[in-house]
Structure formats: C-alpha cells, structure tokens
Design a binder for this molecule. Sequence first.
Ligand SMILES: Cc1ncc(COP(=O)(O)O)c(C=O)c1O
Length: 486
Amino acid sequence: MSTIVNREKTEFLYQQVAQLIREMKAQNTLQAGQKLPSLRNMAAKLNVSIPTVKQAYLELEQQGLIEAKSKSGYFLKAMDSQYDKPKRRRLSSQPIAVNKQSLIEQVYEAIHRKGVIPFGIANPIAACSTDKALARTMRRVMTMSGHQGINYGAMDGFAPLKKQLIYRYLDVGIGVDFDELIITNGAQEALAIALQCVAKPGDVIAIESPTYFGIIELIENLGLKAIEIPICSEKGIWLEDLSNALQQHTITACVFSTALNNPVGSLMPEQNRADLVALLESHDVVLIEDDVYGDLYFNGPRGKPAQYYSKKGLVISCASFSKTAAPSYRIGWLIAGRYAQKALGLKRAFSCSSPLLNQWALSEFLASGDYDRNLVKLRQILRSNKERMIHFVLQHFPAGTCVSDPQGGCVLWVEFPAGIDATALFHLALMHNISITPGSMFSASNKYQRCVRLSYGLPWRDEVERALIKLGELAASLQMKKQSAT
Ligand SMILES: Cc1ncc(COP(=O)(O)O)c(C=O)c1O
C-alpha cells in the first residue's frame, strides 16, 4: 500500500488517503461494516503521518461514508448516508379498533419452521448467544437452590434480581423503590399489566406508527382503541402530531419505545424525550415506555429512559431480558410507580409469580459481569450485521427501495417501490425457506403494505447473503408481474 500515496501529486495527502478508501470500498476490498485500521496502523501502512489519516477519516465521516464509534474506532458504513430512507406516512387521525391476529399467526408459524432463514424474528441474541454462560450459571443455581428452587417465588419477583435491576437504573440516574419494581413474564406481561393499570375497554391508546405488533395485539385483546402517531425513522415520535392528537381526542395512555423503536430503530434525542414527557404530563396522559431494546444502542452512552424526565410520576417503564440474554426465560419487569399496588394485584391474578430459577440465574448472570460482557460483544456484532444487511439490500433489491438506518436493535425497515406487496412477498419467500415480517403487521390500520421488517439478529453466514439476494430477486419478480398485468 505504501506506494499508492504520491507526494508529487497536487492533491493533499489526506485527500489521497480518503480517495484510496473510497476506491477500496467501491472494489469491495473493504466491506460494509468492516473496521478500518487504526490511525496509527493506517499511517504506518501508507507512510504518512497520523494527523493526515485523521483528516482523511474526518472527511469520510462528514461525507457519511464511515462512522466513528466511541472506544471502537472507525467503521465503514453500508452506503453514503444519503441513501433513501422510508418516508413519513399520512395516517388516519381517528382512533380505530384493530384486528391483526391471522397474519401474526402465520408469521409465527413461519419462524419456527426448520431450515428457514429467520429474517422474520427479532431475536438479537442469536447473533451472539449467551447459551453456554447461562447454562453454566443455571447449573450452579439448580445445585444451590435446593428446595427453594421448586417453591413458589415472591409475587413481585426474586429480591436479588430486583436489587440488581435497581442498581443498574442508578447508572441512568433513576432511583427505583424496591416496591415499585415488579418482575413479570417477559415485557409482554409487563405491558399488559401497565395498560390494565391505567385503561379500561374502549379507551384510546396512542401508539407509534409503525410499532411492534405485540402492542397492537394487546390493544385488540383488551378491547382498547388505537390512534397511530407517525414516527421519524431517526428521531422517533413527531411531537407536533402527538400534540394535535392530544388536542383532538381523549387519550388515556401512550405506548412508545423512545429508545429504539421496533421496527424502525429510531432513537429519540434526549431533549425530545424530555419534551415528550412534559407534553404528556401537561395533559395528564400516562406514558408506558417499552424499553426492551434500550440496552442495544450502537452509539453510547445509553440515553436516559423517559422515566428520568417524569415530574408527575405518569411514566411506567417496561423491559425484559428477552433481547439481551434469553427470550425463553420469559423474564421482564415493570416500574409501576404510583400504580404499583394495582400492578401487583394484576400480576397475582394473571400468573402469581414468574419462574424463580430463571430469575435466580439471571441475577447471578448480572452479578458475575457476564451479562455486560456479552452485551458489549452483541452490540458490536449487531452493528456490523446492520451495515452488511443495508449493503445487500441496496445492492440487490429493486431500484427505489428505501431502508432505515437503525440506531440500535436488530431490525431493518425496508420500503419497496410501487408494485411490490409485502404480504405476497412473505408467502413467496417462505416457499424458498426465507421468513420475513410483512409491514402491515406494524400498523393498526394496515398501512405499510410495501414494507417489510428484516432481522439482522443472526449469525452472519454465506447463506444469509444468498437469502438476501434471493429476496431481492423475488421482490423484482413480483414487481414485473404487476407491471405486465397493468
Ligand atoms: C418492542 C417490543 N416490545 C415488547 C416485546 C415483548 O418482549 P418479551 O419477549 O420480553 O415479552 C418485544 C418482543 O419482540 C418487542 O419487540
């Protein structure tokens, strides 16, 4: 490499270094998501100074070609940040009853089929499994728990686990009382309890659009109505739209993921999050914060959960270990605040308590530091998978396809050009052993017919790349069919 930079040329050395990296990317010598050599290594390879390389990296970063990640170095992005992102949608301003069950059942069935490439399931830890470390911990717990291990656990949860969680919330500036934290069966039960603490059948709940279909399903099953508030793919909820909805309707509560919405991966800037809580509390509307992806941010440090900004105690936080340790353990929690007593009554009525051994193992897993060590690796792998997947989508999907730029989490939101129906693509892809999640599942009003959610929470192998190429071909075939029919 040392002969490539030429001191006789009129361009500055840093421009030559930047050009060299652009060419290596164009020729695929450097691949999307790949880490660039450190400043020192690159300078030594090219026989230039460290400030020259630094200047080149800064220029490429400004052009959106590479990104700096705190304490990790510089990484190649999938494409210039100028690529097309999904657009804001016009949504109905009226609350609606919802019905999502049938399509959800089909998608769930598909992800459990043997041999299927599981783009349809958001299971990030598949990319960096905790199984061995957790199995070791669980064996130890089973040996030491003795008779207690098979007894009923405390209704509000295993005390050492609750203490671990309380300790972790201190890191983000939130002091949680022992009694307001309740361990649940996953975040799904936490959300169900939170909704039933504050709403009764017929009440209107504001949700993000698009949003996680499990929330829509809950609203449907609890006899509530949904009003969809559009989100911006980078910054989350559009506060102006929310403010208009609050003026037009009696909204009882909102269920939002301010940190890393599923399926878009948006992350609300801190100020917007503070403004969101202030806006809702000025209307006495409860915010149920779904924070399951909060720990999977790509650019740290972790932001403050919405609860931090609450002045009136109208924020309920729900989260779980499903995306960061073990979804099969079904361990989540809610910080119910002023609703703690009602929430505990609902927990008792629904499931009495959550599996004790699973809570015990997770509390040991946290205490040993294994959880945080795995999390660091998991974030790195997901970040790199994201870049690779964006790269493949932009290269192999039909022209005009738009892709989100998630700020964390494990899913990509893809919007196809006209003529491609995502539900038809779901059925077609399944015939080729590829599972995807059709976009309409993420809307109470069946929007996003041209969108799909793809999970990059999987080990990256050649077969993943082949499946993405195939998916692009299948989408193109649907588009051609549509064009020849019209
Ligand atoms: C945004 C969101 N919230 C809640 C849940 C439910 O989490 P759990 O598996 O812990 O019940 C999920 C699961 O996929 C999710 O994506």
